[in-house]
Design a protein around this ligand. Structure first.
Ligand code: HEM
Length: 408
């Protein structure tokens, strides 16, 4: 297999990964990276096929032991974080994964999600009301960040007064999903898991006594009825909902706005659709913005058994890096992929994944982003990014901005 080192944390790559990804798709569709010790795939067809292939999984410890993998003993600094990872659906494979996912899906119903549309509109409008007279804001802090927390808090049933606790917990926990982190970050993330879990257990106990129409109450009922969702699993999956849903939606908002800003013809089209309250347009446009600049550009999988694929031999215990952002710009699948076309119809992007781990929150994320873009452009039609270059937070895996000053 050909070798190449992809410097994922290089600020230039994080700023604009697309030219290098295009080069790799042409010259190195598959390569082994000796620094990350992973096999990377860059083409749409390979990534989509591998995501549906059960010979790969998001976890491996159900197949091989740490000794067999040659791993060091678990890091005591992340003891509680590791336990949380063991208990939530994203880091489990069958048979545990379908059990957890189906129980969560039972409570996280489409009517519960649809019912949030009005609340999301209210949150978005309130945030715009606050800045309307100022003529400027930080799109990240003043707009994008508060929305997913408010929505998840509403969904779970976290009382208003406690909502400020959620964002700092989430921000600390997700640091451990980057490739490479410090001991300080590990400690902070572990403590955040401990504190967040204690908070949610307490809330679940309250809801056990006095159920309400919220997700925690619905999950407590699932737990009580079947005895198949333990309190630890309930809590871990609620934390996952916040973490998984949070950063990506925030980053999807700022990345989307930047894409519009860089494509004035498409911005004009969106502005016009916003003035006409054309929700169907924003449904399509949101999909394109999510394809064009992918908020979560890469996910990994473990090889669970030996097999040959796309001309290379994948060995049990190897790790595979799937560059969704690259697949989303593959000209072998998308016509004119480097063009932002908000009216694109054939758009099976990889942004929410594929296969058994397909994003459970996609319907909710879509409503949040459609409402955000449509309302921003309707109420602040002159919105534009005030200063460039925009600063990125650092990592590639959760790719987002430090701030995004906008004027309107
Ligand atoms: C723009 C926003 C979002 C993006 C881009 C996104 C993307 C993804 C992707 C790519 C996966 C699959 C990971 C993999 O292939 O390894 C995933 C899984 C997941 N997402 Fe999202 N997501 C978003 C929003 C949300 C929201 C709002 C929620 C919750 C309310 C959420 C909850 C989850 C959960 C629980 C999983 C795990 C599903 C499983 O393992 O079966 N996501 N997401």
């Amino acid at each position: 297999m050909r070798e190449y080192h992809l410097d994922l944390n290089n600020p230039e790559f994080v700023y604009d990964p697309y030219p290098l990804l295009a080069e790799l798709r042409d010259t190195l569709p598959v390569f082994f990276d000796p620094v990350w010790d992973k096999v990377f795939f860059t083409r749409y067809e390979d990534i989509a096929a591998l995501l549906r292939d059960r010979r790969l999984g998001r976890s491996i410890l159900h197949v091989l032991s740490r000794d067999e993998l040659g791993w060091p003993p678990p890091n005591p600094l992340t003891k509680d974080f590791d336990r949380f990872q063991d208990d939530h659906m994203l880091d489990n494979e069958p048979p545990k994964h379908p059990r957890l996912r189906s129980l969560m899906v039972k409570a996280f119903t489409s009517s519960r999600v649809d019912g949030l549309r009005a609340k999301i509109q209210e949150v978005v409008d309130e945030l715009i009301d606050r800045v309307l007279d100022r003529g400027r804001m930080d799109l990240l802090k003043d707009f994008a960040e508060p929305i997913p927390v408010a929505v998840i808090a509403e969904l779970l049933g976290v009382p208003e007064g406690d909502r400020h606790l959620l964002r700092p917990w989430s921000a600390k926990i997700v640091k451990l999903y980057e490739l490479g982190y410090t001991d300080e970050q590990a400690k902070a993330a572990n403590q955040a898991v401990v504190d967040f879990s204690a908070y949610l257990k307490d809330l679940a106990r309250q809801r056990q006594k006095q159920p309400r129409d919220d997700l925690i109450s619905a999950l407590v009922r699932v737990e009580e009825q079947g005895q198949v969702l333990t309190m630890e699993e309930l809590v871990a999956n609620c934390i996952l909902l916040l973490n998984a849903g949070h950063e990506a939606t925030v980053n999807g908002t700022t990345l989307g706005m930047l894409s519009l800003h860089h494509n004035p013809d498409q911005m004009a089209l969106a502005r016009e659709a916003a003035q006409q309250n054309d929700l169907e347009f924003f449904k399509m446009a949101t999909e394109e913005l999510l394809r064009y600049d992918t908020p979560l550009p890469m996910f990994e999988r473990w090889v669970l058994q030996d097999f040959d694929f796309s001309g290379v031999h994948l060995q049990r215990g190897m790790e595979v890096g799937l560059l969704y952002a690259s697949g989303n710009r593959d000209p072998r699948r998308f016509a004119d992929p480097d063009r932002l076309d908000l009216t694109r119809k054939d758009n099976p992007h990889l942004t929410f994944g594929l296969g058994i781990h397909y994003c459970i929150g996609a319907p909710l994320a879509r409503i949040e982003l459609q409402t955000s873009f449509a309302t921003l452009l309707r109420r602040l039609p002159d919105i534009r990014v005030a200063r460039e270059p925009v600063e990125y937070t650092g990592g590639f895996v959760i790719r987002g901005h430090e701030a995004m000053p906008v004027e309107f």
